[in-house]
Design a protein around this ligand. Structure first.
Ligand code: GDP
Length: 529
């Protein structure tokens, strides 16, 4: 197959949801359609269960599993689909944010009973900011839930989306009769049998026909006719370009557990979802079809096998072909590297591959050369943008608990930060080290991993910080900036890239600081223009 055809047949996306909405179940059904797995239960959830916060083994087990499910690839009707795993647990939200830099589109799963939940809001906001094309899947239609129109309203309001339903439920919960596929103009009747993987659909070109009454009963048929009329009155026509530009989001209804409505979603997805997209680097826009390989690291995973201390760096291929044993430039280190055993992912397995294409993810064994955001090329000096750090939510001093192991401690901290487990800040005043995380769970993970992987011990000490704000160095020569640095010294730190960060201790002090130093720009993410 030609290089261009290989690119065109790839779809790389992520499924995002609040925990428990049905992401794992949906992923599994999609894999069943692709014939990539034979039975249900093969895809492991990477969920951290409630109450397991202090259960290190649980964390480790979960982390081990999520290596396997980091990328799940399968073929469907000649299309190569790569699903990137996005942890739903809020303590791993940063991991998900970073993964979203490597997807070309997303599917948002919403629980029909719970509606829009907190994590959905946060993740969708990131996608919206980047204009990532989104398809919404409303799940669990076999249960009683919110009225479809109310839920569509809620999605528009809370998520700031512009929706257009491409399928519509006939009843719900106990009365759930099936789904009318607006996109294909047919009806799929619900039998509640999760074992079937091929659905029987019935063509309905005219909703007015009495065939509909026979299929679902007169009452449900009339309701559907009214609702579909409402749909066409309220919602715009589906427009593929608007979807691709992140301005319009098609919605499907179904029940992942019952494998119902999933085929409709998948068929529409392969038809409309974007092929690998060009990516902006600091230097220029890079097109997938360019001959020379470029790619970037969006995730690093530690190997859980203590005999193999290496890590797996996940690279999204942006342009060109990635080939085994070919020398590539690690741009940040200005060093040539060759990879003898790049991993590609297929269903829940990984295997060594000779060639991968734009849209694909390869896993490279790494002994500590990579950090998140690094770019690999065939020689050109390109740096991909867009793997920013977000302000952490929690801050603690980290102290060395075993003076004989300080080297191990520093190496461990260094590598864990490169993996993106947490962020390190060094206080300007006294050089003390502060670890910032999105969730409290990370502190336990760090402590456990420092001990088990690096032989170092640490303790934490609380520190009162509300938010980390990256200080824009734009006016760094001004008197105002000099005064800010002098007066606020106690609250200033450097991040790992040596960028200056202001650690505000409360919302109030942040506001006062902004008022007092109006020309000093403070940012909540580490990348800004
Ligand atoms: P995740 O946290 O988003 O990955 O959610 P899971 O896929 O693990 O699903 C959470 C729970 O919801 C599990 O108990 C599933 O069996 C259940 N579930 C998923 N889809 C459906 C559905 O369509 N209907 C019903 N009734 N339950 C579902």
């Amino acid at each position: 197959m030609s290089f261009l055809k290989e690119i065109q047949r790839r779809r790389t996306f992520g499924i995002i949801s609040h925990p428990d909405a049905g992401k794992t179940t949906l992923t599994e059904k999609l894999l069943l359609f692709g014939g990539a797995i034979q039975e249900a239960g093969a895809v492991k959830s990477n969920k951290i269960k409630k109450g397991a916060t202090s259960d290190f083994m649980e964390i480790e087990r979960q982390r081990g599993i999520s290596v396997a499910t980091s990328v799940l690839a399968f073929e469907y009707n000649g299309i190569k689909i790569n699903i990137l795993d996005t942890p739903g647990h809020k303590d791993f939200a940063e991991d998900t944010f970073r993964t979203l830099t490597a997807v070309d589109s997303v599917i948002v799963v919403i629980d029909v009973a719970k509606g829009v939940e907190e994590q959905t809001e946060k993740l969708v906001e990131v996608c919206r900011m980047r204009n990532i094309p989104m398809i919404v899947f409303i799940n669990k239609m076999d249960r009683e839930g919110k009225d479809a129109f109310d839920l569509l309203d809620e999605i528009e309001q809370k998520l700031g989306l512009k929706v257009v339903p491409l399928s519509f439920p006939i009843g719900m919960g106990y009365d759930f009769k099936g789904i009318y596929n607006i996109w294909e103009k047919n009806i799929n009747l619900f039998s509640g049998d999760s074992r079937r993987d091929i659905e029987e659909t019935i063509e309905i070109s005219d909703l007015a026909s009495s065939q509909l009454d026979k299929l679902v009963g007169e009452k449900a048929a009339n309701t559907l006719r009214e609702e579909i009329e409402l749909v066409s009155g309220i919602y715009p026509e589906f427009d593929k370009d608007k979807y691709l530009n992140g301005k319009l989001q098609p919605v499907f209804f179904g029940s992942a557990l019952n494998n119902f409505g999933v085929r409709e979603l998948l068929d529409c997805f392969v038809e409309i979802a974007p092929k690998p997209r060009p990516k902006q680097s600091e230097e220029r826009l890079v097109e997938p079809k360019e001959n020379k390989f470029t790619g970037f690291v969006f995730k690093i995973h530690a190997n859980m096998d203590p005999n193999h201390r290496d890590r797996l760096a996940f690279i999204k291929i942006v342009s060109g072909k990635f080939e085994r044993n070919k020398p590539y430039l690690h741009v940040r280190n200005n060093k040539k590297m060759k990879f003898s055993s790049p991993n590609a992912f297929f269903a829940e397995k990984k295997e060594i591959v000779d060639v991968s294409y734009p849209g694909d993810i390869v896993g490279l064994h790494d002994t500590g050369n990579f950090k998140i955001g690094d770019t690999l090329t065939e020689g050109e000096n390109i740096n991909y943008k867009g793997v920013p750090s977000f302000s952490p939510e929690h801050f603690r001093y980290i102290n060395n608990a075993d003076p004989l192991k300080s080297k191990q401690l520093f190496k461990g901290i260094d590598q864990l930060m490169d993996e993106g487990v947490a962020q390190l800040f060094t206080l300007e005043l006294n050089g003390r080290k502060v670890i910032g995380t999105v969730g409290a769970l990370q502190y336990e993970v760090i402590q456990y991993r420092l001990e088990h992987e690096y032989g170092a011990k640490c303790t934490y000490e609380n520190l009162n910080v509300f938010k980390a704000c990256w200080v824009d160095p734009k006016n760094s020569k001004s008197d105002e900036y000099k005064e800010f640095v002098r007066v606020k010294q106690r609250f200033l730190a450097k991040d790992k890239q040596n960028q200056l960060v202001f650690l505000a201790d409360s919302a109030f002090s942040l506001q006062m600081t902004q008022q007092k130093y109006p020309n000093i720009k403070l940012h909540f993410t580490s990348e800004f223009d």
